[in-house]
Design a protein around this ligand. Sequence first.
Ligand code: FES
Length: 110
Amino acid sequence: MFQDVSQRADRATVSITIDGVIHQVPEGYTVAAALLATGRNASRSTLVSGQSRGPYCLMGVCYECLVEVDGIPNRQGCMTEVRDGMAIRRQQGVGVVGQATEQQEVGDGR
Ligand code: FES
């Protein structure tokens, strides 16, 4: 049912940055998987206490995996597949919702 794509002989990799550091990760990984594979258990910190939070369910339910992807905050890392050139930043507190909405509207063409 599940397949570890990192063990495939024909695996392709993509180049991403996490907090400004370049990493090569297997194509097909999610952002959450890329964070975990590169030794980062936390994807964000909470707004109130600053406590670290990280991917938990890995299936889009818990929202513990929120990250900034290409400048857009509050993206679910477990539901977002990496692509070449993607810039991922671990999120501090809550993302700026107004900024994200404006960027998403531009990106979606709405
Ligand atoms: S890890 Fe639960 S929603 Fe992403």
